[in-house]
Design a protein around this ligand. Structure first.
Ligand code: CP
Ligand code: NVA
Length: 298
């Protein structure tokens, strides 16, 4: 039994195993030889909105043989203040695994500790491990090993998605460049904890030069809505568009975790030009998360 709480804590061997198995789950969809979750019941406990994560986990869990329930955190007593420790101890006696989307990273860690069932971080304010595992699987599916390559993240460099990218880069040995205004760059403390080759800069053009992949995420993450006006002002210009793509390596991939806000972090024409990659990336959430589920119960 294992938890996926962060990429920071995921051992390299497990990282590689999940990526290898994602390929198998993708190629064998509809004809899986085993049902690793047979007879189980899993729950998704979400405090934030979701399309991709929710649907890919609900589908993947069913395809691996288990039943699944979706619990909006506001609809259960957790939303009225029941402690996470008590929620975890109750659910831990009833269900076999939990997928949690919430604000505080400490909440998924507490849930894992008290429930004693496999617990998967489906996005917190600190990390989005399932997304970045999927993104790396997608990159490697299209371009081969990511080790030694250059990935450029454009936009809010201090939110969950780039933070998971930082820990992945340090572990898998690729160069990560983060192009962001000073106040949206990752903290020195996280960079120190991660190690690896991570370059943070305000110089968007320099960061994009020769990159193998340009990647972006929303400027206003869930929970930051009250800062929207300020973020749109300060992040304005940190956009993936045709001029930026021209600076990257010929044939560079453009990826987006979605949802996308056209005219903000990416322009509409660039989004459409790279829609096939971006929606393959979205589809791959399903295959990669099936590999994560299989790993978590083994
Ligand atoms: N990328 C992602 O996690 O999408 P959802 O918020 O729709 O789950
Ligand atoms: N950084 C974004 C990711 C959405 C999938 C957020 O937290 O809202």
């Amino acid at each position: 039994m294992k938890h996926l709480l962060s990429l920071e804590k995921l051992p390299l061997a497990d990282f590689e195993k999940i990526l290898r198995n994602a390929k198998v789950f993708k190629s064998e969809r509809g004809a899986h030889k085993t049902s690793p979750l047979a007879g189980q019941t899993w729950a998704l406990i979400f405090s934030k909105s979701s399309t991709r994560t929710r649907v890919s986990f609900e589908t993947g869990i069913r395809e691996l043989g288990a039943g699944v329930m979706f619990l909006n955190a506001n609809d259960i007593q957790l939303g009225r203040g029941e402690p996470i420790q008590d929620t975890a101890r109750v659910l831990g006696r009833m269900i076999h695994g939990a997928i949690i989307r919430t604000y505080a990273q400490s909440d998924v860690e507490t849930f894992a500790e008290f429930s004693k069932i496999p617990t998967i971080n489906a996005l917190t304010d600190d990390e989005h491990p399932c997304q970045i595992l999927t993104d790396i699987f997608t990159f490697e599916e299209k371009r081969g090993p990511i080790a030694g390559k250059v990935v450029t993240f454009v936009g809010d460099g201090a939110c969950n998605v780039p933070i998971s990218w930082i820990f992945a880069a340090a572990k898998l040995g690729f160069e990560l460049r983060i192009a962001a205004p000073k106040q949206f760059q990752p903290s020195a403390e996280i960079l120190k904890r991660a190690g690896g080759k991570i370059i943070c800069t305000e110089d968007l053009q320099a960061a994009a030069s020769g990159a193998d992949m340009l990647y972006t995420d929303v400027w206003v993450s869930m929970g930051k809505e009250s800062e929207a006006a300020e973020r749109i002002k300060v992040l304005g210009g940190y956009q993936i568009n045709a001029a930026l793509v021209k600076l990257a390596k010929p044939g560079a991939l453009v990826m987006h975790c979605l949802p996308a806000y056209r005219g903000k972090e990416i322009d509409a024409a660039t989004f459409e030009a790279h829609a096939d990659t971006i929606f393959t990336q979205a589809e791959n959430r399903l295959h990669t998360q099936k590999a994560i589920l299989n790993w978590a119960v083994s």
